[in-house]
Design a protein around this ligand. Structure first.
Ligand code: F6P
Length: 327
C-alpha cells in the first residue's frame, strides 16, 4: 500500500460538456474536506504541458454548478498524443508535486490518461464527461442529459414550422460515432425517422417512406440525423431526399448549441457523485481506472477495459421504436 495522495490535480479535456463544473466543484470540496490540496490545470492536457495550473479551494468553485462549459477550459491537444509530450507532462506533474490526477472528458481523454500511466507513476483517475454518451464503463456520461434537452427544445420549435408549412425537416444532432443523442431526442421529440451510424439505411428507402407518409396526409415530417450517419450529414441527406421525393427537405444543423447551456439536474448530480467518488478512489489508492455509473451504482473500470466500445443498439428495441415513429 503506497502513501495517500496529498495533492490532487484536475483537468477537463476534449469537447466540453455541461456538468463538468459540478464535477470540478465536487472534486475540490471533497478533497479539501479530506485535507488535500487541489490544483486545476487550464485547457486540459495543454495546461499540463505548459505547467499552467492554479490552486483551487472550496470558495473558488462557488457559484459554478449552474454554469455550462468548464471554468478550467478545455482543448484537444495534439502534442499530448506524442510520447515526448506526455513525458513533458509527467515532468510538470512531478515538479508541481501532484500525487493524483483526475481527468474529466471523453474517449480521447481516457486514451491519453491510459498512455500517461506509462510515463508517470502518480495515480490517474478518469471521469466520463462528454455529451455523446459513447464511453464504455458507464451508462451515462456527464453532459448527455443537457444535450438531449437542448436538442429537444429546438426540435419542438422546428415541429411548429414544419407543421405550418407542410414540410420535411432534417435536424442534425451531434454524435460523430454514436447515435445516442439522435436516438434520445428522436424518441422524445416524436421524430418520424432517426438516422444513426449504428443502423445504416438506404436513402432511397427513406425517400419512399416519406412519400408514402405524405400521401397518407402527414403534415410535418422530422428526420433526426446523427452527424456521423453519413458523409455530409443532414445537409447531404436533405439534398438527396429532395431529389428523390421532389419535396422541399430543409436541413437544420444544431451544432455546438448542444454543448452549452446550464446543466440539466442529472448532469449536476452525476458530476457531483462521480467527482466525490473519484477523490475517495484516489484516497483508496486507485489508479488507471475510470469512475462511472453502471446500473445505478458507482463502478471503477480499468482504462484497458474501456475499449472503444460503442453502445450496441438492441435490434428488438430499434424495431419497436421504428413501429411507433410513423403512423
Ligand atoms: O465529443 C463531443 C463532440 O461535441 C461531438 O459530438 C462532436 O462530433 C465533436 O465533439 C465536435 O468537436 P469540435 O468542437 O472539436 O469540432
Amino acid at each position: 500500500v503506497g502513501t495517500q495522495p496529498k495533492t490532487i490535480g484536475v483537468l477537463t479535456s476534449g469537447g466540453d460538456a455541461p456538468g463538468m463544473n459540478a464535477c470540478i466543484r465536487a472534486i475540490t470540496r471533497a478533497a479539501v474536506y479530506r485535507g488535500l490540496c487541489v490544483v486545476g490545470y487550464r485547457f486540459g492536457y495543454k495546461g499540463l504541458l505548459a505547467g499552467d495550473c492554479r490552486p483551487l479551494d472550496g470558495r473558488s468553485v462557488s457559484n459554478i454548478i449552474q454554469r455550462g462549459g468548464t471554468i478550467l477550459g478545455s482543448s484537444r491537444c495534439a502534442e499530448f498524443e506524442s510520447e515526448e509530450g506526455r513525458r513533458k507532462a509527467a515532468e510538470n506533474l512531478r515538479r508541481s508535486k501532484v500525487d493524483a490526477l483526475l481527468v474529466i472528458g471523453g474517449e480521447g481523454t481516457m486514451n491519453g490518461a491510459r498512455e500517461l500511466t506509462e510515463q508517470w507513476d502518480g495515480q490517474i483517475i478518469g471521469i466520463p464527461g462528454t455529451i455523446d454518451n459513447d464511453l464504455g464503463g458507464t451508462d451515462w456520461t456527464i453532459g448527455f442529459f443537457t444535450a438531449l434537452d437542448t436538442a429537444l427544445d429546438s426540435i419542438d420549435k422546428i415541429r411548429d414550422t414544419a407543421e405550418a408549412f407542410d414540410r420535411v425537416f432534417l435536424v442534425e444532432v451531434m454524435g460523430r460515432l454514436a447515435g445516442d443523442i439522435a436516438l434520445g431526442v428522436g424518441i422524445a421529440g416524436g421524430a418520424e425517422e432517426i438516422l444513426i451510424p449504428e443502423m445504416p439505411e438506404d436513402i432511397e428507402t427513406i425517400g419512399q417512406r416519406v412519400r408514402e407518409s405524405k400521401e397518407r396526409g402527414k403534415l410535418s415530417y422530422i428526420i433526426v440525423v446523427a452527424e456521423g450517419f453519413c458523409k455530409g450529414g443532414a445537409i447531404e441527406v436533405a439534398k438527396r431526399l429532395s431529389e428523390i421525393t421532389s419535396l422541399t427537405c430543409t436541413p437544420c444543423v444544431l451544432g455546438h448549441t448542444q454543448r452549452g447551456g446550464s446543466p440539466a439536474a442529472y448532469d449536476r448530480i452525476l458530476g457531483t457523485r462521480l467527482g466525490i467518488h473519484a477523490v475517495e478512489a484516489a484516497l483508496d489508492g486507485a489508479t488507471g481506472v475510470m469512475v462511472g455509473e453502471i446500473d445505478g451504482n458507482v463502478a471503477l473500470t480499468r482504462f484497458e477495459d474501456l475499449g472503444t466500445r460503442r453502445r450496441a443498439i438492441d435490434p428488438a428495441f430499434w424495431q419497436k421504436v421504428n413501429v411507433i415513429l410513423r403512423s
